[in-house]
Write a protein that binds this ligand. Structure first.
Ligand SMILES: NC(=O)N[C@@H](CC(=O)O)C(=O)O
Ligand SMILES: [Zn+2]
Ligand SMILES: [Zn+2]
Length: 432
């Protein structure tokens, strides 16, 4: 498919230097420099000196299709992704039915292609039905049309060490990565909130950091022995960073993500008793959030992933214990990263490109995402107005659900445009 030419006028790649023009044809950056001429039918976007980055890649999204289309669909989730600056997302396998076979993963992939707003890569389940009993047919999914390259039982931990070991060993011959939801289920029975002073005072059963740290330590050992690649989902605890550093120093092939909400929010939110703040792993102490920021800045945590988790009102507007864990993330991720990392000087725009685009693309093995903004490279791009601010309104987000923890919050940075292979998918807050 050929696309019309697009000219991005006066943009600043990685937020540095004098503004340049970027000419795109057939999905590729063909010219980059000052004062480029546009042909008559070229679509021109006035950049006004805004920041141009490679399009974002989300390793952890819940799109809820099939099964809970009342909360999100591949179409609505793709729209939220495009508006958030994403050009590729990985759709987690905890759908209904579970994406534990090639029929489901290919369906998700195909629906993503039909929607065409963002590359939707299905994540395959590690175990059949996420039940933690038997390995799913990872090989068939990896070889299918969707070419599944990430496997996870997310929502559940692959708790059985023998199964996890087998999955890791198997993954090496397939060239895929296993992403673990690190939560020892024996240590979190009945858990409702971060185990600490606040939860104790409010009477919430605690979710101890050790439930995360111990599984990450175990999995790093298993991955090292299997010479496999392990990815750790939604790191939340200070101590997990020490485990990751130890494993990386030993040469273990482990990568890790942190969510925007674990960078910004803490268990201080518990006092409001609003289940919009209920998430797994739970919002932790201020010291944990500060450690997440430092670990992301110095690379021990590789990237940011949203864990975008839409839920229906009846599953959220209820008593805390009955509410489902999870919160929206695709349209607010960039702003939260700017608020927590760029404004305090922990990351510059090159760093933002690294944690939201380049590293996730590398971890998942996507050859055409997270590429340099340079001539000859695929035009998967996001244009950012760093000076603009906006107020988050759940009802105004593209997701079918509206469970954002940032309701009413004023956040910095707005996505001006997103381009997928040279085609404008979102512009000024609207899907194109
Ligand atoms: N993060 C959450 O609190 N919920 C996720 C599952 C998960 O990521 O573990 C969901 O599917 O809703
Ligand atoms: Zn999870
Ligand atoms: Zn998740």
């Amino acid at each position: 498919m050929t696309t019309n030419d697009v000219l991005l006028r006066r943009v600043r790649p990685y937020g540095t230097g004098e503004p340049v023009d970027v000419l795109i044809a057939d999905g590729v950056i063909v010219e980059l420099g000052p004062g480029l001429e546009a042909a008559r039918d070229t679509e021109v976007i006035e950049g006004q000196g805004r920041v141009l980055l490679p399009g974002f890649v989300d390793l952890h999204t819940h799109l809820r299709e099939p099964g809970r289309e009342d909360t999100e669909t591949i179409e609505t989730g793709s729209a939220a992704a495009a508006l958030g600056g994403y050009t590729a997302v990985f759709a987690m396998a905890n759908t209904d039915p579970v994406a534990d076979n090639a029929v489901i993963t290919d369906h998700v992939w195909r629906r993503g292609r039909e929607t065409g707003l963002v590359d939707v890569h299905p994540v395959g389940a590690v175990t059949v039905g996420l039940a933690g009993q038997r390995l799913a047919e990872m090989g068939t999914m990896a070889a299918s049309a969707a070419r599944v390259r990430m496997f996870s039982d997310d929502g559940h931990c692959v708790a059985d060490p023998l199964l996890m070991r087998r999955a890791l060993e198997y993954s090496t011959s397939l060239g895929v990565v296993v992403a673990q939801h690190a939560e020892d289920p024996r240590l979190t029975v009945g858990a409702q909130a971060h185990e600490g002073e606040r939860a104790a005072r409010l009477g919430y059963p605690g979710w101890p950091a050790s439930a995360e740290e111990s599984i990450v330590a175990r999995d790093c050992v298993l991955a090292r022995h299997a010479r496999a690649r392990l990815h750790v989902c939604h790191v939340s605890a200070d101590g997990t960073v020490d485990v990751l550093r130890w494993a990386k120093d030993q040469g273990t092939q482990v990568s890790a993500e942190v969510t925007p909400h674990h960078l910004l929010l803490t268990d201080e939110r518990l006092t409001g008793f609003d289940p919009v703040n209920k998430v797994n792993p739970p919002l932790r102490a201020e010291a944990d959030a500060q450690r997440m920021r430092r670990a992301l800045a110095d690379g021990v945590i590789d990237c940011v992933a949203t864990d975008h988790a839409p839920h229906a009102p009846q599953d959220k507007d209820c008593e805390w214990a009955a509410a489902r864990p999870g919160m929206l993330g695709l349209q607010t991720a960039l702003s939260v990263v700017v608020e927590t990392m760029v404004r305090p000087g922990l990351l510059d725009w090159r760093g933002v490109a690294r944690v939201l685009s380049e590293r996730p693309a590398e971890i998942a093995g996507l050859p055409d995402q997270g590429r340099p903004v340079a001539v000859g490279e695929p035009a998967n791009l996001v244009l950012i107005d760093e000076d603009a601010e906006w107020t988050v309104r759940g009802d105004a987000l593209a997701s079918r659900a509206s469970n954002t923890p940032y309701e009413g919050l004023r956040l910095p940075a707005v996505v001006s445009a997103t381009l997928l292979r040279g085609r404008v998918t979102a512009r000024e807050g609207k899907i194109v």
